[in-house]
Design a binder for this molecule. Sequence first.
Ligand SMILES: [Zn+2]
Length: 279
Amino acid sequence: MFRVRNHKLALGASNVEFIKSPNIGGALAPKFLVIHYTASGPGADIARYFTRPEAKVSAHLVIRRDGTVIQCVPFDVVGWHAGRSRWTDKTGKYHAGLNQTSIGIEVENWGPLRRTGSGWVSWKEAAVDPSKVIEARHKFGDPDCGWETYTEAQIEATLQAARAICGEYGIDEIVGHDDISLIGKIDPGPAWNMGSFKAKVLGRNTNGPPTWTVRSPTGLNIRSGPGMEHPALRPQPLPDGTVAILHEASGQWRFVSVLNAAGQPDFSGWVHGGFLFES
Ligand SMILES: [Zn+2]
């Protein structure tokens, strides 16, 4: 698994691919880890974008959808990922301008999606596979829309990288860009289960959303709307033991995002609430 060697991420005997960004500041003693999405799709090479001085942005790591990790800034150098930002740490100390105190990880993901006919498109009008979309409201209430899900390979790679980084630098606070931004950034958004991610990296329970478990020996259909008259979204019902997070309720029906094996939202829809039990 990953480890940090001379402020670079290494796997076995070699470092992960390093594509140097010129968009950097001075020395960094990292205290926090910030998670972002790139707001881009597989057609854009974000690590290469960070090599352009006029981009004026960078991040320490980029995680592609296939789980490939690319480093663009050494961990002891300031990257330009947080923008105007602030954070009050767990001891109550106020930090302004998180670039000066944090490592940034960009995870390749479109972010919010717009419905079009039967499908979904990104802000660049790129079509996104509807089976890779959840519908959810941002924790700040807005936007309430579709969101591209993260791949299991990305989540696993981000987890392993975060464990190595947090271990090396003694970091025990992980935040989303949305937690710290002063200019309304909304990444990584509701498709990133930060509670589960933090618990897995830091090895302790943090206050993520409560999860619910399907209890039905014959499974439970997930539907496009709150009622039996709405078609099932999947050919097979959700198996007994499926874990989900709850977004909203309508009568007996619950709009949920089903979590994958990595604990991250996979797809969403309506299920009958009588078969859901708090995990
Ligand atoms: Zn961001």
